[in-house]
Design a protein around this ligand. Structure first.
Ligand code: PLP
Ligand code: LYS
Length: 426
């Protein structure tokens, strides 16, 4: 469910016409619906009532401070993958005690900052990381709450660039090697072994790979128990997909996903940690852009926008499909012609859609990329000297700019020319 719809012929986010936001902040901009975020969070977390489950929103999908603050108010924790994300989550009001930290390359600075902040859990992904963490925690005179992230070698039917739970992926500890590492973890100073974690990939629309991964995890938890290693937490990661195309299957229902977790872990007395990202934020956001030119090429026509892959990289990076909606509703009988929708960046891959069937859209008009609330703004760059775009949060009939566009002076101020370059060459 989302709260983007045409009303009186104009695409609205909740009660606000996107044209009004464009007049106020200029284009391109990201817009998020607080009602959609809230709805998704509630439906997901309510599916786990009675299961001792904690929802830690995956900050990598959308790290906007207002978005995180909204989720924090609903009781969300955070799954972070860098010191930067940890600080973002804490600054937005998510208590450290509700933060879990994953990632294959956590540095000394990041691990010690996490320990100093008192976060709930560090998901360790290798033996060298475990040994390093042990040393840092012991030297700080503290105990690191640890889960070992295992790689269950499950194939998830998703884009190869976003699968994480196969043997050849860099993530997690091979499930067959895991028992030895759990044994080691118990003996190391500074390590408080709390649990096991898994995350098999993202944009998964079928529950079967989750069922397989959970079954392997259950087996592991029971095998460890049999040798006296009692894990009290099981972190299941995220990965639930969302429909991008109208023909895509719908998201797996949270109730059905919760039934799987109950089946696999319900009798084990463990606390579950869930790290959904895309499912919460995906269709809570859109990227709105203006048509700069319509160019008639020799073999095809181009709709040239003022946003590029620096603003929304998913189509260029993963050949991802995003619905492109004219903000002004076209006449029902408007002819639909194939057109390439492109950005202004000097790269041939700066294409949002090839030969998309669209009604005529004139220069100056607005279009909206749907399902851009996850892995949208967070993956933006300033390539081609383009500033990061504003982000706007809508609530009912009001909207707030929750990230403003930097001024050219602010962008320039980040860089310095050393003195030796300022003097005339001698
Ligand atoms: C460890 C971990 N947890 C959670 C997520 C969130 O995934 P998704 O947005 O697919 O729910 C990711 C991203 O794939 C991840 O790497
Ligand atoms: N960035 C990816 C998802 C990656 C998930 C991170 N482990 C996307 O846009 O679909």
């Amino acid at each position: 469910m989302d709260h983007f719809a045409y009303k009186s012929g104009v695409l609205h986010a909740e009660e606000v016409p996107l044209t009004r936001i464009a007049e106020s902040v200029g284009t391109p901009f990201y817009v998020y619906s607080s009602a959609t975020l809230e709805h998704h969070y509630r439906v997901f977390s309510e599916a786990f009532v009675g299961q001792n489950a904690h929802v830690c929103f995956a900050v990598k999908t959308n790290g906007n401070k207002a978005v995180l603050a909204l989720l924090a108010r609903l009781g969300a924790g955070a799954d972070v993958v860098s010191g930067g994300e940890m600080r973002q989550a804490i600054a937005a009001g998510i208590p450290a005690k509700r933060i879990v930290f994953s990632g294959v390359g956590k540095t000394r600075d990041e691990l010690t900052a996490a320990l100093a902040a008192g976060i709930a859990q560090i998901n360790v992904e290798s033996e060298p990381e475990l040994r390093a963490l042990s040393e840092f925690a012991a030297s700080m005179g503290t105990l690191a709450p640890v889960a070992l992230r295992v790689n269950p070698d499950v194939a998830a039917d998703t884009h190869e660039k976003i699968t994480t739970g196969r043997k050849e992926n860099k993530f997690g500890i091979d499930i067959d090697q895991a028992p030895a590492l759990f044994r080691l973890a118990r003996t190391l100073p500074g390590i408080d072994l709390k649990g096991v974690a898994v995350h098999i990939g993202s944009q998964i629309l079928d529950l079967e790979p989750f069922r397989q991964a959970f079954a392997r995890l259950r087996e592991l938890v029971l095998a460890l128990r049999a040798e006296g290693i009692n894990l009290e937490r099981v972190d299941l990661g995220g990965g639930l997909g969302v429909p991008y195309h109208r023909d895509d299957p719908t998201s797996p229902p949270p109730d059905a996903y919760a039934a799987l977790t109950r089946e696999a872990f319900g009798d084990l007395g463990v606390r579950l940690i869930l790290e959904p990202g895309r499912l919460i934020a995906g269709n809570a956001g859109m990227l709105v852009s203006r048509v700069v030119y319509v160019k008639e090429g020799a073999s095809r026509n181009f709709l040239i926008l003022d946003s590029g892959f620096n603003d929304l990289i998913r189509p260029a990076f993963y050949e991802a499909f995003h619905e492109i909606l004219p903000v002004n509703l076209p006449a029902p009988d408007a002819p639909r012609e194939p057109i390439d929708v492109v950005g202004p960046i000097c790269e041939s891959s700066d294409i949002f859609a090839r030969q998309r069937l669209l009604p005529p859209i004139a220069p100056g008009e607005l279009v909206a990329f749907a399902t851009a609330g996850a892995y949208g703004a967070v993956m933006a760059s300033t390539y081609n000297g383009r500033p990061l775009v504003p982000e706007v949060l809508v609530r009912g009939a009001r909207f707030d700019v929750v990230r403003r566009r930097p001024t050219p002076a602010e962008m320039a101020a980040l860089e310095t020319v050393p003195d030796w370059l300022k003097n005339p060459a001698s």
